[in-house]
Ligand binder design. Structure first.
Ligand SMILES: NC(=O)C1=CN([C@@H]2O[C@H](COP(=O)(O)OP(=O)(O)OC[C@H]3O[C@@H](n4cnc5c(N)ncnc54)[C@H](O)[C@@H]3O)[C@@H](O)[C@H]2O)C=CC1
Ligand SMILES: CC(=O)C(=O)O
Ligand SMILES: [Mg+2]
Length: 374
């Protein structure tokens, strides 16, 4: 199969769909990999390394999209990329369609087969292709929050760890999944006072056991959220209902109860955000202030540590890329229900129930859509 890897074009997005070592594995399976010139150059993956791994280098995105049967990317396709897709072509990348009707309409129109990393599942109920970027973003959320808390950045001038005789900052994490756990661990490592809220009691039990009580856990009710954020220095938004738009947990009126200069880091922004006042920002302009509260809402946080993130992402996606390429997309999707959960759009039809519901579009069962797409 011919597999294409275009250069990412989102603001300050330096990740790339495959590392050279990922390319080498696909080539060893008899596939042809077409990489856009300079796709990985910014993070130290040169065209020479891709050539050595067995790829062909193509000059521009147009030629990669025109030839590839399977396109492997990182971020959701931008409108110019959606317009390069063709019927039956397979797109394997993050999509985050629930809050993005414009992208959904373009993907439906393209007739392509769009498989979203973030809704592929595993046997243990996890999201194996979201997890590596959630690990990265969770850890980064504390770095970003610590920086935003500095006075010169608009923050309240609090050091997360405190110092002897001065208490540490209070960090509240909404959602104790992969992002939440990694944020909490990093904040705890710095000596902050950490509380995690989740609505899953089994998850809260796990966290309590894991950290031996060093991290406080709270059931995520409206009253507990209101009480927790009232004296928080840093709040991390890390909730997810797979495929759906993020639940809005903090309203604008609740910001008034928080200390001026407190910081909200909304990692869940790619699913629309869990604070009413969140709107997506970029690495170039990551923060803005509403009612005295600093908001950091970068929708592609791992792009900031693109080399680490690209390696982690390829490790996770490669087995699925190999299955799609070795078996053919239809057979691979038919054979593996977890990969099939990633199918969001199949030749003009919406095939993920939560995504279709969030967008108010008709839903078609994926097996039916696959059978009818022959
Ligand atoms: N901005 C960025 O660059 C990145 C964003 N993300 C996003 O971060 C979000 C979280 O991802 P993961 O941690 O991997 O998901 P996850 O599925 O591991 O964890 C989500 C947690 O939220 C909890 N939850 C759901 N509704 C809740 C509520 N009302 N109150 C409290 N907890 C609730 C769930 O029980 C679960 O434990 C996702 O939207 C993901 O797309 C992930 C990576 C990078
Ligand atoms: C998960 C996601 O949105 C990202 O890595 O950018
Ligand atoms: Mg994102």
């Amino acid at each position: 199969m011919e597999i294409g890897v275009p250069k990412e074009i989102k603001n300050h997005e330096y990740r790339v769909g495959l590392t050279p070592s990922g390319v080498r594995e696909l080539v060893a399976h008899g596939h042809k990999v077409l990489v856009q010139a300079h796709a990985g150059q910014a993070i130290g993956f040169s065209d020479e390394q891709y050539l050595e791994a067995g790829a062909s280098i193509l000059p521009d995105a147009e030629s990669v999209f025109a030839r590839a049967e399977l396109v492997i990317k990182v971020k959701e396709p931008q409108p110019v990329e959606c317009r390069m897709l063709r019927p039956g072509q397979v797109l394997f990348t993050y999509l985050h369609l629930a809050p993005d009707p414009g992208q959904a309409a373009l993907l439906v129109e393209s007739g392509a087969v769009a498989i979203a990393y973030e809704t592929v599942t595993d046997e243990r109920g996890g999201l194996p292709l979201l997890a590596p970027m959630s690990e990265v973003a969770g850890r980064m959320a504390i770095q970003a929050g610590a920086h935003a808390l500095e006075k010169a950045q608009g923050g309240r001038g609090v050091l997360l760890s405190g110092v002897p005789g001065v208490p540490p900052a209070r960090v509240v994490v909404l959602g104790g999944g992969v992002v939440g756990l990694n944020a909490a661990r990093t904040a705890m490592g710095l000596g902050a006072d950490v509380t995690i809220l989740d609505k899953s009691l089994p998850r809260l039990r796990e966290i309590d056991n894991l950290f031996g009580g060093h991290i406080k856990t709270l059931f995520s009710s409206q009253s507990h959220i209101e009480a927790a954020i009232r004296d928080a220095d840093l709040v991390v938004g890390a909730v997810l209902v797979p495929g759906a738009a993020a639940p809005r947990l903090v309203s604008r009126s609740m910001l008034k109860s928080m200390p001026p200069g407190a910081v909200l880091v909304d990692v869940a922004i790619d699913q629309g955000g869990c604070f009413e006042t969140s709107r997506p920002t970029t690495h170039q302009n990551p923060t803005y202030v509403v009612d005295g509260i600093v908001h950091y809402c970068v929708a592609n946080m791992p792009g900031g540590v693109a080399r680490t993130a690209t390696q982690a992402l390829t490790h996770a996606t490669l087995p699925y890329a190999l299955a799609l390429a070795d078996q053919g997309w239809r057979a691979a999707l038919m054979a593996n229900p977890h990969l099939r959960n990633g199918l969001n759009v199949c030749r003009g039809r919406m095939t993920h129930p939560a995504v279709a519901e969030a967008l108010g579009l008709p839903y078609v069962e994926p097996l039916l859509a696959l059978a009818q797409s022959e």
